[in-house]
Design a protein around this ligand. Structure first.
Ligand code: GLY
Length: 368
């Protein structure tokens, strides 16, 4: 099978690597660090299956255009992608489907918004009830009718250690998540993901792609904070290296509307850490020379996923985006994977490189 992955970051490199175990893979536009990258627009690529990474082309209807041209596509159409494109619509779908989520209100006038806040205990997240508890990312592969969960992951959205600093696209992730055993996954499927798929079907939406539930594991059970309509970045870089089966077959089945494969995962744990450029997330600096990646990649069970990178005129690797690399390591348990990831990172450097040093630390210490 020939698979075309659409996108250009670490997530797409992780997808291409996992799909490449059983399929020929081309990535568009990719980046200079991802093998098989081509500048050809997806509509002009010849492939048996298209896997669309980022949300923007999904919201813009790329999956619809490819399907209209007779292509097999893993990724929702613009109607389903609206779930990520409009938080108010997502909340409406959740409420109608009876999915546990934060109490919320959407307003156009100030007075009703202030009245609503008066009904909720502080603190608030933009007219939304504050939820407390460990975070969980559960990525489910959907064929329109059925959802199958991938291994749970936890993401780290804040820039600095201890969740300090501004929000980012994600500074690291790990999988599995000790606090999210099979009963938690089953509860999220039953109470959140399946009712959401049914609510989409009721609206005539045939959702084929990843439904990524961003959850808080509260004292009163898992609650959905948001849905995304794609693989998480960097969750994919932690989850996909653990995928033990034929990922291309699973995604092709979902794209065709009938999943028969049951996903299976390596028992080992994975930890991934994002290495960021000077100035990220506000104003990342580009052009810094990256050193040490070859040495890091030679370590056993370490993979470096290339994201914001380019080559300069002398052929050297340089920074070209905010999140530059993701270093993923597998280990017999989270402690071993974490140690291996940071050992690999110690070999890599560029001026201004920064990263979190506490990815998976709380889980290893038995605190989340
Ligand atoms: N890791 C968060 C996201 O992919 O949106």
């Amino acid at each position: 099978m020939r698979v075309c992955v659409v996108g250009s970051g670490g997530r797409e490199h992780a997808l291409a690597t996992a799909l490449g175990r059983t399929a020929d893979v081309v990535v568009t536009p990719g980046n200079p660090g991802i093998p098989g990258s081509v500048p050809t627009p997806p509509e002009e690529v010849d492939a048996d299956l298209f896997v669309i990474g980022p949300e923007v082309p999904l919201v813009d209807g790329l999956a619809d255009r490819l399907r209209d041209a007779g292509r097999l596509v893993f990724g929702p159409g613009a109607d389903g992608a609206h779930l990520e494109g409009s938080k108010a619509w997502m909340k409406q779908v959740l409420r109608e489907a009876g999915v546990p989520t934060a109490a919320y209100g959407a307003f156009t006038d100030l007075k009703p918004a202030l009245d609503f806040l008066g009904t909720l205990p502080a603190p608030w997240v933009v007219v939304e009830e504050w939820l407390d508890g460990p975070e969980l990312s559960l990525l489910c592969v959907c064929d329109g009718q059925r959802a199958v969960p991938l291994a749970p992951a936890q993401d780290f959205k804040r820039l600095g250690d201890g969740d300090a600093g501004p929000n980012t696209g994600g500074m690291g992730a790990y999988s599995p998540v000790p606090v999210a055993g099979p009963h938690v996954v089953a509860e999220v499927l039953e109470r959140a993901v399946e009712p959401t798929l049914a609510a989409l079907r009721d609206r005539g939406i045939d959702y084929r792609g990843v439904l990524y539930a961003g959850l808080m594991l509260t004292a009163t059970g898992p609650k959905v904070v948001e849905y995304n309509v794609r693989f998480g970045d960097p969750e994919a870089q932690a989850v996909l290296p653990r995928y033990a089966g034929d990922l291309a077959a699973l995604l092709a089945e979902a794209a065709a509307g009938r999943i028969v494969t049951q996903p299976s995962f390596d028992e080992r744990a994975a930890v991934t850490v994002a290495l960021a450029a000077e100035g990220y997330p506000r104003s990342p600096r580009t052009g810094d020379i990256i050193e040490g990646v070859d040495e890091a990649q030679r370590l056993p069970d370490v993979t470096v996923f290339w994201a914001g990178v380019d080559r300069d005129g002398a052929g050297r690797w340089v920074t070209a985006g905010g999140r530059v690399l993701n270093v993923t390591a597998l280990g017999d348990d989270l402690a071993a994977a974490r140690a291996a990831a940071y050992d690999a990172i110690a070999r890599i450097s560029w001026p201004g490189m920064h990263y979190r040093t506490d990815i998976a630390a709380a889980a290893v210490a038995g605190r989340s």
